[in-house]
Design a protein around this ligand. Structure first.
Ligand code: FMN
Length: 202
């Protein structure tokens, strides 16, 4: 129990050893779980984010825009949940690799996110075509983006499929005319890097 407690405390406060992750003009810094300011209902649905899975060092990764998911606590750990339809190229990387990032961008990158949500990495180099730049993450293999203003570094700790017989609202089935039900992934949040606007009290 003591170990669990200590482990949890690690996530509550920024680790000074890792705090200065980047020096670019947006200057993201590590933000502890108790300090983060994110609206869980709009961060994905309105601002959208890039879900990126794979390994930066091996130059094997892919990204796609996501607008559905959640932020919360599970098994005493902060986590994010994302849902990915099985035919997305990104799904192959979510299956193969242990880590992923969720990156949020300033509003001027909206078109870049639209691009990454309308083109497949199977068919083009959408990251450079969208005008954004990958970079090594601080703690995990999956890359982040230079232009992002917030990055969640996550390690997969659960995956699953929807039990479609458990859809209680008949409207849900209408999102799946092709029966391509999303795969569900939970990622434990290993670290969060954000600009000052994501720190409470700023
Ligand atoms: C605003 C927006 C939100 C999206 N959200 C999701 C999502 O949550 N899950 C999903 O599977 N696809 C989502 N998509 C679709 C994928 O981003 C899109 O199919 C993308 O081209 C897949 O790229 P890939 O084949 O390179 O993985 C979204 C698209 C947009 C534009």
């Amino acid at each position: 129990m003591e170990t669990l407690k200590q482990e949890n405390l690690r996530f509550l406060f920024s680790n000074p050893k890792r705090s200065k992750h980047m020096n670019d003009k947006r200057s993201r810094e590590e933000i502890g779980i108790t300090e983060i300011k994110v609206n869980p209902f709009t961060q994905l649905s309105e601002s959208w984010m890039l879900l990126t899975a794979g390994d930066f060092e091996k130059d094997e990764f892919n990204t796609m825009t996501v607008a559905w998911g959640s932020f919360g606590t599970m098994w005493f750990k902060p986590f994010v949940m994302v849902v990915v339809r099985p035919h997305r190229y990104t799904c192959e990387f979510m299956e193969k690799y242990d880590t992923f990032t969720l990156s949020g961008f300033p509003s001027e990158y909206h078109t870049a996110l639209e691009y990454c949500g309308a083109h497949s990495g199977r068919e083009c180099d959408k990251i450079s075509e969208a005008g954004i730049t990958t970079q090594k993450s601080a703690n995990i293999a999956a890359p982040a983006f230079k232009e992002a203003e917030i990055v969640f570094e996550c390690r997969k700790n659960y995956f699953g499929d929807f039990e479609t017989q458990n859809f209680l609202d008949p409207k849900i089935e209408s999102y799946y005319p092709k029966k391509d039900y999303h795969k569900i992934y939970f990622g434990e949040v290993i670290a969060i890097y954000g600009t000052e606007k994501y720190r409470t009290g700023k």
